[in-house]
Design a protein around this ligand. Structure first.
Ligand SMILES: Nc1ncnc2c1ncn2[C@@H]1O[C@H](COP(=O)(O)OP(=O)(O)OP(=O)(O)O)[C@@H](O)[C@H]1O
Ligand SMILES: [Mg+2]
Length: 336
């Protein structure tokens, strides 16, 4: 069963230069209890997807089409108050990119994390009167910090953020995201600010969290190594469009979209020498018609400029948005 379903999402942002078509034909799903990664070059709309899910889009954003269904709730139709009170930070937890910036340096860690729990306790029953008690929050938090392998959790609550390392701070924030018992956690490049060894530890921890707490995780990353390590499924974004999605092993070993192939060929583990993708992501104010990757694609044909973008199912859960797969021309496609 899918916990999150984004269908045919089209989103624009008004800028001084014109209306930027930031997302178009975005389709993706997060099954219950699974880890889904979103990959793509900088500016492809990865963070904007997470912002749409959390309901924190900028004021100048216009949702032109599509839906986001979270646990049967149509997120885009909720008003800000309902989102803040019943979804964001409670049923959907968030892990930020930079653990050094996410905690307030002047307050003790326990005060900051418990404040969030208290706030949501008050909102969850609509009365504004918190249910439960501060002491039960504290106990819950101490238990969570222990599970996040923070040494001496009780003492940790009385410490300030600067008294923790970057990796430990990310553990505190993961505990914070779990504190209101969400069913989905979204994370925007949660390991980018950390050194390689710590990155690995945090990824292992996230995998453990998904198993132990039964949550789903939607994680944005530009690193295919992260996808290989922890993601069950991957969604490849290019210039605001979903170009390919499916089980990680299938997409990374048998990519069907030329952009996915190009991205894989850039990865240091696979690249022969230093490789890149010729050209740059196009301006989203006036993006190419049809497939937005066609201007950088060596396999592009005239029809790529007119084919309406559409994800086609190729194998179970493996979908691709490319004219070449319509006729089976990129690579052999075997039905299972
Ligand atoms: N508030 C905004 N106003 C105008 N344009 C915006 C705004 N937020 C995002 N954009 C544009 O939307 C596009 C997608 O941005 P987004 O941050 O989602 O990309 P991303 O894939 O997360 O990139 P990165 O890997 O660099 O974080 C970019 O072209 C960006 O400039
Ligand atoms: Mg981003």
């Amino acid at each position: 069963m899918n916990l999150l379903e984004i269908s045919n999402l089209k989103l624009s942002i008004r800028t001084d230069e014109g209306v930027a078509k930031i997302l178009d034909f975005v389709d993706m799903e997060v099954p219950s209890g699974k880890i889904v990664g979103i990959v793509g070059e900088s500016g492809c709309g990865k963070s904007t997807i997470l912002k749409s899910v959390l309901g924190i889009l900028p004021r100048n954003a216009i949702v032109e089409r599509g839906s986001i269904l979270f646990d049967q709730t149509a997120i885009l139709e909720l008003d800000e108050k309902t989102l803040a009170n019943t979804i964001r930070g409670s049923r959907i937890g968030f892990i930020p990119q930079d653990p050094y910036l996410a905690l307030n340096p002047v307050f003790k860690v326990g005060k900051q994390l418990m404040e969030i729990m208290r706030w949501h306790r008050g909102r969850s029953n609509g009365s504004g009167q918190p249910k439960g008690s501060d002491s039960s929050d504290r106990e819950h938090l101490i238990e969570l910090l222990g599970k996040m392998q923070i040494p001496d959790p009780e003492a940790a609550l009385e410490r300030y953020p600067h008294q923790f390392s970057g990796g430990q701070r990310q553990r505190l924030l993961i505990a914070g995201a779990l504190s209101c018992k969400p069913s989905l956690i979204v994370a925007d490049e949660p390991t980018t600010a950390l050194d390689v060894t710590t990155q690995r530890e945090i990824l292992d921890l996230l995998e453990q969290v998904v198993q132990d707490f039964g949550v789903s995780l939607l994680i944005v990353t530009h690193d295919l190594g992260v996808v290989t390590r922890i993601c069950d499924e991957v969604v490849v974004m290019y210039a605001g469009q979903t170009v390919e999605s499916g089980p990680t092993a299938v997409v990374l070993n048998e990519p069907l979209h030329p952009y996915t192939t190009a991205l894989i060929n850039c990865h240091p583990d696979r690249a022969v020498g230093l490789q890149g993708i010729a050209g740059t992501v196009p301006t989203l104010i006036d993006p190419p018609s049809g497939c937005r990757f066609r201007t950088r694609c060596s396999l592009a044909r005239d029809a790529c400029s007119t084919r309406p973008p559409e994800l086609k199912q190729i194998k179970p859960r493996h979908r691709v948005n490319c004219l070449l797969t319509d006729s089976g021309a990129t690579q052999p496609v075997s039905e299972t």
